[in-house]
Design a binder for this molecule. Sequence first.
Ligand code: 3BY
Ligand code: FES
Ligand code: FE
Length: 425
Amino acid sequence: MSPIDLLNTTCSDLEQAKAKTTALLTERQAGYSLSQPLYNDPHMFRIDMEEVFEREWLFMGMSSEIPKRGDYITVEVGQNPVLIVRDANGDINAFHNTCRHRGSRLCSKERGKVANLVCPYHTWTYDLKGKLLFAGTEMGDGFDMKEHGLRSAHCRVAGGFIFVCLAKHPPESDFDEFLATLDEYMEPYDVDNTKLAVESTLIEKANWKLVLENNRECYHCEGSHPELLNTLLEWDDTEDPRAPQDFLDHYAEQAAQWDAENIPHKHKSFGLRNRIVRMPLKKGTSVMTMDGHSACKKLLGRIKNHQLGSMRILHLPNSWNHMQSDHFIVFRVLPISAQETMVTTKWFVHKDAVEGVDYDVDRLRHVWDATNDQDRVLAEENQRGINSRAYTPGPYSTTYEFGVINFVDWYSNSVLANLATSSLK
Ligand code: 3BY
Ligand code: FES
Ligand code: FE
């Protein structure tokens, strides 16, 4: 069933899907992969969209993608077109990208620049704060312009990261604390003085949760990621009990330098939803290029040390990131259907860096293009096997796959909690 067909499902189908999801998540075996319908059933997918992607804070993009007044990006969250635009005060606003006349999408391009937001259908015009400025002369006496401004969505920006929440009431959590930490940890990078160098979009034939699960472990790295392993150390945490002494020594040496330069690095977690940690890369390497040497001649922000490792930022449900000394890479996951997911990767460099002089795009993107494609195949094969009538949930390794366990626990707990409070959303 396609997402469009889902619109035709009756309310009782939806109630049944909610009841089934609740049962599957309540009865799931902790530490095991989820049951098949949660990975491939269009009804369960609808629940994911309503209870996760329309309820939680989502990573959308970076503030430096829209540096000037009128710059905008658009993002499709399932069937919800979203518009993010910078206004005349420099503030970033998020709106539902749907006209208050008869609902046309206002902006259809992925990014652009406008003076005002003009609907392509009948030219209703809104300012950059969503106020309706013009609706022609034919709307009649009773028509109130003030009642027809764009519907806004909650929007928060920290450390250059733009987050949007489509729910009426964003989830109560430690999100504020995470944003404050993000501001502090991103300070050295001076995101406002960065620019998007290049981006890629992959459509993976896999449920979004398989894309996230795959990202949350490096059990598969040795067998699948030769390019990434030129620089990446498999540990995802400085306190990983499996980490050998030579890693701990290397980390201690790097951390001493980072401390001397006032570069934040300590692991911080905010529930299971968000975490930040700076991890060293392999000894002698600086950034995730094929040879481990610089990708861009200009370092970011106030950074002087090429060897800042990679600051990893996790934001469930839809982002992981690698912040390095001379470029950073952000990843955004958006579900399309039960078995299709869009993964967008964006590489940022210093805004004054000149392509072909300071950086070469092919060199910059090589490792993560290869890695993303390898991960795409892994997620797609995972999906195909899960679709088998023989599939049953299998056990995660508590040492190698703790990140996956954390993700699946977060997902299950969030969906159950959100389903229980559906009426308040
Ligand atoms: O580097 C990442 O983004 C994740 C974490 C470990 C494996 N995977 C490639
Ligand atoms: Fe936008 Fe008519 S739908 S102006
Ligand atoms: Fe991978």
